[in-house]
Write a protein that binds this ligand. Structure first.
Ligand SMILES: [Zn+2]
Length: 214
């Protein structure tokens, strides 16, 4: 049901619990793959003499946010196996395929958030629906910035440019947006999320000076 197919991940229990005042589905599990060679000194698990180099070294519990299940916010409390290398004293935690390293939301959740970021809905709403923080949503958007279509092309402006500000509440730093139109035809030229000078300067500077001087 959770589409977790990792053979080394075993789910042990589920319960409903009140977490920070929110009724939440808590799933518990363990992730314990067989030991692998040390990534630091490359010692094998068992050497030629039959000595064991890599040993299990307790478990570390992490909390992973899954997609809501049956309308309930859902958390996976996962005990991940830790390993220790006797040769170089390096220790590490097994990495599970359902989350990226150092990430606390599942890949399914990440993909769903990215999908919703293509819709005209607020990031605040996305954060609320998936019970993640607004900076998390913002960070995900930034992570794909390089793959977004390059919309910021220099553009030509009409001879007479009409400008105004209006309340749009589209972003948190500036409640007012910027709008500009062709004074002669009334045609809309552009709408920018902020009317602040530093944002406007960047926007207009994309057009070469000689074009702007016209
Ligand atoms: Zn080692």
């Amino acid at each position: 049901m959770l589409r977790i197919t990792d053979n080394n991940l075993e789910l042990t229990s589920t319960e409903e619990a009140n977490i920070n005042g929110v009724n939440t589905l808590v799933i518990r599990g363990t992730y314990s793959p067989v030991p692998s060679a040390c990534k630091k000194c490359r010692s094998s698990v068992i050497d030629k003499e039959g000595n064991t180099n890599i040993v299990k070294n307790g478990k570390k519990e992490v909390t992973i946010r899954l997609l809501p299940y049956q309308n309930l916010p859902t958390l996976l409390k996962l005990k991940k196996q830790r390993f220790y290398c006797k040769n170089c004293c390096h220790n590490w935690t097994a990495q599970c395929s359902i989350v990226d390293k150092n990430c606390h939301i599942s890949k399914f959740t990440t993909l769903k958030i990215l999908e919703l970021l293509t819709e005209k809905i607020s990031m605040t709403l996305i954060a609320k629906v998936f019970q993640v923080s607004l900076p998390t949503v913002s960070r995900l958007l930034k992570s794909v910035e390089a793959q977004l279509p390059h919309q910021l092309k220099p553009r030509c402006f009409p001879e007479v440019l009409m400008v105004d500000e209006f309340g749009s509440h589209t972003n948190r730093e500036d409640k007012m947006s910027f709008i500009c139109a062709d004074r002669k035809t009334g045609e809309l030229i552009d709408i920018l999320p902020s009317r602040k000078l530093n944002k406007l300067t960047v926007y207009f500077n994309r057009t070469p000076l000689e074009v702007r001087l016209k």
